[in-house]
Every structure is written in C-alpha cells, then in structure tokens.
Design a protein around this ligand. Structure first.
Ligand SMILES: Cc1cc2nc3c(=O)[nH]c(=O)nc-3n(C[C@H](O)[C@H](O)[C@H](O)COP(=O)(O)OP(=O)(O)OC[C@H]3O[C@@H](n4cnc5c(N)ncnc54)[C@H](O)[C@@H]3O)c2cc1C
Ligand code: FES
Length: 264
C-alpha cells in the first residue's frame, strides 16, 4: 500500500443524527480527508478543546458522502458522551487517515459476508458501498443484544441475530453464520468483520477451521494512533509461526484472522 499523507485538521460538525439513546452519527465537513480515506480506516478525534479528556478517541469511518465523512458513536464513557452531545458547529481536531484497509488489493472473492457486532456495524456501510462498486455481492450478518441495538444504517441484505431473540435469530452471530453458510456453497467467499473481541475471536476460529478467508477489525484502547505511545500492542502469528508484538494502530486495525492471536 502506498504511503498516505497524514492530516491533523479541525473538522466541523454539520449534523448530529441521533439513532438511539446511546448511538449517534456525526456528519463532519472534511473536504481534505473525504477523498483520501479508505474503507476500514479510522480517525483519532480530540473530543473537546480542554486537557480532559487528554487523549483522542479512535473511531471508524462510517461513510463518506461527497466532501463529508460520517462517524458513528456509541456512548461508553466520557469521550463518546461528549461526541454524542456535540452541537452542530463544533470543530473536532482530527488525525486521519489512520490504519490499513479492508480487503485492500484483494480480488479472490465474489461474495462478501460482513459480520458485525454492536457498534462494529460502524465501518460496514462504507465497506458495503466500496464492495458494491467493485461488483461484489454483499451480505450483512449483524449481531446485537436486543432489537433496539440492531443498527442497519447504510446496510442492505441483512441477517440479524439478537441475544434475547427479539429480532431475527436467537443467539450469537457466529451461530447464525454457521447455520446459513451452506446456502453460499460454491461461492468464493471472504468474511469482513468488526465487533467485540470475544465475537471476533470466535468468528476467527470458525473461519480458520473452515479455510474461510476472514479479516477482523480490532477495537482496543489507543492513545496516539500513530505508533508513538506504544499503547496498543497486539499479538500476531508471524510467517515463522511464532507470536510477535505489533502496534494495532499501525499494523491494523484490520488484521487477517489467521494472524491475530486473541489469547493475550
Ligand atoms: C480502530 C478503532 C475503531 C473504533 N471505532 C469506533 C466507532 O466507529 N464507534 C464507536 O463508538 N467506537 C469505536 N471504537 C471504540 C472507541 O474508540 C471507544 O469506545 C472510545 O475510545 C471510548 O472512549 P470514552 O472516553 O467514551 O470511554 P472511556 O471513558 O475512555 O472508557 C469508558 C470504558 O470503556 C472502556 N473502553 C474504552 N475504549 C474502549 C475500546 N476501544 N474497547 C473496549 N472498551 C473500551 C474503558 O476501559 C472504560 O471501561 C473504535 C476503537 C478503535 C481502536
Ligand atoms: S495508539 Fe499509540 S502506538 Fe498505537
């Protein structure tokens, strides 16, 4: 992949769309970043102009629409709460584009299975759009705790699973994938995934056991986002079969399921 320039720019909130009581989409005016950011990459956002919270928050790019980028936020703590409440007109200092991409340079599949859990749906809309433009068939598998948590913004062809059975399949998303996989027999498949680590670990094992190509986008706590603070180590299996440390912000956040080691 060619080196991309890295920008640190104030992006103005032009719309704050509330999807649920804990999830929103911020539409940001980003004429410099929108044309260069790619599917699977993320941005690192300073949520306000104060020293608290000091560190930026990493967020996937949800969609690119013209000169604007959209980020989808789920409240988990102080930073995401501030972003949920961000008024139109707020300028958010943003480092971008960060990380690698989903499926970069790969053309070894015809059907893409997009498997997401919880806020892991955030990057899937941009991925789906990119893949459809490339002539791929896209099928979404979305897992959540309960019906109100199933977010489908920008997604089509949806198969849902909820823990409590209030929408779609009752159970986790990997079990639903296992049930439905036979219907894709004969198709060249690739799985693209984002969600909680426990889900990704189970999905990676499922795919690896079946020789199903799979990429997972890992979400972990990050500091700088650019390889300086060493705050985001992950273990990956090298070509020598041994475990190596990598920095998620640079090596990922998208990593091949055959490489990532979750046991750390
Ligand atoms: C590459 C990447 C992409 C991401 N994309 C999105 C996205 O599109 N939308 C979105 O809502 N979130 C996304 N996240 C997660 C998001 O960065 C965190 O939820 C956010 O940084 C939490 O900040 P906070 O100040 O609200 O929480 P804090 O107040 O810092 O923490 C609150 C609690 O959440 C825990 N926590 C913090 N960060 C994470 C994390 N990354 N994973 C699990 N637990 C965490 C803390 O340990 C603490 O218990 C992404 C993370 C990464 C690494
Ligand atoms: S977040 Fe600082 S090195 Fe990765």
């Amino acid at each position: 992949m060619t080196m991309q320039p890295l920008y640190d720019l104030p992006l103005t909130v032009v719309e704050n769309i509330r999807l649920t009581s804990v999830t929103n989409v911020l539409v940001l005016d980003a004429p410099v970043i929108a044309p260069v950011i790619r599917s699977g990459q993320f941005v690192n956002v300073k949520v306000n102009g104060f020293h608290q919270p000091l560190l930026r928050r990493p967020l996937s790019v949800h969609r690119v629409v013209g000169s604007q980028i959209e980020i989808m936020i789920r409240i988990v703590g102080i930073g995401t709460q501030i972003l949920y409440d961000a008024p139109v007109g707020t300028a958010l200092q943003t480092l971008a584009p960060l990380g690698n991409t989903f499926g970069y340079n790969r053309d070894d599949f015809d059907t893409a299975l997009l498997v997401s859990g919880g806020i892991g749906v955030a990057p899937m809309a941009m991925l789906e759009e990119t893949l459809l433009k490339r002539g791929k068939k896209v099928v979404n598998f979305i897992g959540a705790r309960s019906a109100p948590d199933v977010i489908t913004r920008g997604l089509t062809n949806i198969h849902a699973a909820t823990d409590d059975g209030s929408l779609g399949f009752k159970g986790n998303i990997v079990r639903l994938l296992a049930e439905e996989l036979p219907q894709f027999n004969g198709e060249r498949l690739r799985v693209f995934s984002c969600g909680p680590n426990r889900m990704l670990e189970s999905l990676a094992q499922f795919c690896n056991e079946r020789g199903l190509p799979c990429e997972v986008s890992i979400e972990s706590i990050m500091g700088c986002g650019i390889g300086i603070c060493y705050g985001c180590p992950v273990r990956v299996r090298g070509e020598d079969g041994l475990a190596h440390n990598q920095l998620l912000c640079q090596y990922g956040s998208v990593i091949d399921a055959k490489e990532i080691m979750f046991e750390v």
